[in-house]
Design a protein around this ligand. Structure first.
Ligand code: M6R
Length: 623
């Protein structure tokens, strides 16, 4: 779950930047992947210089200001989420071995590191850190001199043949100072192509300021980059081809833009995220056309079950989608946490469509579930926000959300974009299979197209929610209730609060209250209630209104999210947050937004780091 960057350019090309500038900028952008410690290594004047520091990238920058590194056109960098060995200066990357000539950064876990370490100790090597990375680096140095004829590419190929587990490794050696050699297995790495310079990054945000041209590589491959060349091979040394792509993300969209935090900015990005996810998905007759699906229509018509697999917020988007897909397509739809899916022996056949939802495209649990589903013969469609990432690459087809880079650990705009994309998929299947008439599909699409403006209205009303957050920042616990699509929204509201405000929060299906959770209600307990539209689903609405009364009668402070004009809630709400009118299935795109704003402001009021909450990393690339 670490962030990795590499840069190599021509010396004396008159550029205004050096390797260190590129690497530090890349690390700042990739810091969301892990922020326990950071480090860089550069090559200059015949030797490798390095700095590393526990703490955030800012601490590393201070260290470099105090002890500058020489100007250089080749280097690697790392920002860490600790696995083996706690976050300390010593355990930080790079690990520099071979008498200071070889520097290595690594993301992932080397599972057989203990065995390799004892073999290396028996050969007389000493270790100074507790990390598996130092073991891989030492092995690479040993192979470089003994079996690989001092060829770093060959050494990397041979070393990787001995490693078990998931890893991305980048290495530079003072004896081959024109190149970075990298390898990957089940851990992300993309290549950025420049003019007389090339880049490596855990994702494209590592080099987005410098190029829009990128290449993805497969598992079990090694890449060697110099300023002019990129060569990919497998671990045996056979040449391989990467897949080129154009980076859609805009460098400016990975900046805070004057907001206090990325999370706040990303909440404000949501109207655009939904609008952009809808864009370009219609043919000349305005009919839904998901060209990127690349799965034969006959196969999609034969599906008899859908399983959505995802983790965290993405799984809640899946829960929302289930209501819509079953309603529109009449296909039984399950939602399963990806890490549970594989281990429960799920019933998956060639007629099962698995939909893998992931913002990062790198969540290891989801990736493993994708592989399992495909092994069972299912077709897998990835709904993903990150180009060049593993989950879409390993799926049968990918439908990209166009939310732009999401930097804050707490997912916001990706959630709304995921709901939008799953709705497009559901409508497309309904259209293809004849479950809905064309005019019915068009009318839902009209509703979807109206959502960005309505989301904007909710964001514009954010001050009321911010004030509420300020007044409730000392609450010990906050509960969230919802029914139907409001239930996953309640779960998402609770997750946001736990994740960034470190506040106990739980989401419940409102109907479940009387089966136990109502015992939690005491005087002053804040309870958010997501109220469905009274128009169209009146029995659902009246049941939720009864639930508000039940908790209010027991002393709860009720914060009610209800649509404009719904006066039935007035008598039982301590606070009402109004959202624009929308059909029930569209409501999650609106009702989630105040909950995001609430969590963001509670965390801010408590002076927590909103974007980089403790113990977490944005992309969970270990199981
Ligand atoms: O990148 P993914 O969408 O696969 O990530 C899944 C979860 O780890 C993620 O949604 C997580 O729950 C968020 N930090 C929640 O805000």
């Amino acid at each position: 779950m670490c962030g990795i960057v590499g840069y190599v350019g021509h010396p004396n090309q008159g550029r205004e930047y050096f390797a260190l500038d590129v690497i530090l900028e890349g690390l700042r952008r990739l810091e969301y992947r892990g922020y326990d410690s950071a480090g860089v290594a550069v090559y200059a004047d015949g030797e490798i210089g390095w700095r590393k520091k526990a703490g955030k990238v800012a601490a590393l920058e201070e260290e470099i200001s105090a002890r500058p590194l020489p100007e250089s056109v080749l280097g690697i960098g790392h920002t860490r989420w600790a696995t083996h060995g706690g976050p300390s200066d010593l355990n930080s990357h790079p690990h520099v071995v071979d008498g200071g000539q070889l520097a290595v950064v690594h993301n992932g876990i080397i599972e057989n590191f203990a065995e390799l370490k004892s073999q290396l100790v028996a050969k007389g090597y000493n270790f100074v850190s507790e990390t598996d990375t130092e073991v891989a680096a030492t092995l690479l140095g040993e192979v470089f001199h003994n079996e690989a004829g001092q060829d770093l590419t060959r050494a990397m190929q041979l070393t990787c043949q001995q490693l078990d587990g998931a890893f991305t490794i980048l290495a530079i050696h003072a004896q081959q100072p024109d190149r970075i050699v990298a390898a990957r297995r089940d851990s992300p790495l993309v290549i950025g192509l420049g003019e007389g310079e090339n880049f490596l990054g855990s994702d494209v945000s590592g080099f987005i300021d410098y190029t829009k041209s990128a290449v993805e590589m497969d598992n079990d491959q090694v890449v060697t980059i110099t300023a002019d060349e990129v060569q990919i091979t497998d671990y045996q040394g056979a040449a391989a081809e990467g897949k080129s792509f154009h980076i859609d993300w805009d460098a400016a969209s990975a900046k805070k833009d004057g907001f206090n935090s990325f999370m706040e900015k990303e909440i404000h990005d949501q109207p655009a995220a939904v609008r952009d996810t809808l864009m370009g998905r219609f043919d000349e007759q305005n009919k839904l056309a998901l060209d990127e699906l690349h799965i034969e229509e006959s196969v999609l018509k034969s599906i008899d079950k859908i399983i959505v697999i995802a983790c965290g917020t993405a799984a809640y988007a899946g829960h929302v989608a289930r209501y819509a897909i079953e309603h529109w397509c009449r296909i039984p739809t399950e939602v399963e946490l990806a890490h549970e899916f594989r281990y429960r022996d799920p019933i998956v056949t060639e007629k099962t469509l698995v939909v893998a939802l992931s913002q990062s495209g790198e969540t290891m649990d989801t990736l493993m579930a994708v592989r399992h589903a495909r092994q069972q013969g299912a077709k897998v469609i990835a709904i993903c926000n990150t180009q060049g990432s593993s989950i879409p690459r390993e799926s049968d087809a990918a439908l990209y959300t166009h939310a732009g880079p999401e930097i804050a650990v707490a997912s916001t705009k990706a959630f709304l974009a995921q709901i939008t994309a799953t709705y497009l998929l559901g409508l497309y299947l309904a259209q293809l299979r004849g479950n809905m008439f064309a005019d019915e599909v068009q009318s839902v699409l009209q509703e979807l197209r109206a959502m960005p403006e309505k989301i904007q209205t909710v964001i514009d009303g954010g001050d009321q929610v911010a004030e509420l957050a300020q007044s409730m920042k000392d609450a010990k616990s906050v509960l969230f209730l919802g029914r139907h699509v409001g239930f996953p929204v309640a779960l998402e509201g609770a997750l946001k609060l736990k994740e960034i405000a470190y506040l106990h929060a739980e989401g419940f299906a409102a109907g479940e209250l009387k089966h136990g959770p109502i015992a939690l209600i005491e005087e002053g307990q804040p309870v958010f209630v997501i109220v469905p539209s009274p128009r169209g689903r009146d029995s659902l609405h009246s049941k939720v209104v009864s639930n508000i009364q039940e908790v209010r009668a027991r002393g709860a402070i009720t914060i009610v999210i209800a649509e404009e004009g719904d006066s039935a809630v007035d008598a039982y709400a301590n606070h009402i947050i109004r959202i624009p009118q929308a059909p029930t299935l569209m409501q999650p795109l609106l009702a989630t937004v105040p909950l995001q704003i609430f969590a963001c402001h509670v965390a801010q009021a408590k002076n927590y780091d909103v974007d980089q909450p403790r113990n977490l990393a944005k992309s969970v690339t270990v199981e």
